[in-house]
Design a binder for this molecule. Sequence first.
Ligand SMILES: [Zn+2]
Length: 220
Amino acid sequence: MPSIDSNHLKRMLELQKTYVGTCYSMLGLHPCYVRDNYRDELQLMKNALEKDQFFAIGEIGLDYYWDRSYDDQQMICFLEQIDMAVTHNLPIVIHSRSSMDACIEVLRAKKESGVRGIFHCFSGSLQNAKDIIDCGFVLGIGGVVTYKNSGLAAVVADVPLEHIVLETDAPYLTPVPFRGKRNESSYLKYIVAKIAEVKNISEDEVAAVTTANANRIFGY
Ligand SMILES: [Zn+2]
């Protein structure tokens, strides 16, 4: 369960407690929620990290799509939260929109720290994929791979399965044939089917390898 800001922490932790072994919380200040109060937010995150159980730092990153007025603050938050993840030995989950080059630059700069995790909702080029993998990250692939015009299926075909995890981004990015409707976890099977098709391997193999990748990243 991705975190966006401190307002949702309590409800996420309640869900995690109610559905032990099914719901796992991340902690993070999402770039779209970086505002003037970001210092307070980061402090609340740090406090929560000492107190409650989290499985990753995320979503963190850079979003240059909606609003450019907090670019500098977004970068500060991204870098500080990467440091938090390294300190606590947690993976990070990166949100990147209209910011591919800037995010890859950050990952390169932080590579020596050993930071690891998932580049969520990846939809870049094969070169972007290679650069991200080279920094020790895997690609989060969701419904977009089923969209004809995205070009993502062709990229995924050339990325070894060991560097891919599956995701929903629910309620968004619903795969074909339910595109436009509310997304849900059960629709992951359409993403599995698409990846199996473009890689010409079995759906079982896609499921097994991507599950093993997720388990490795989150340390189960
Ligand atoms: Zn996101």
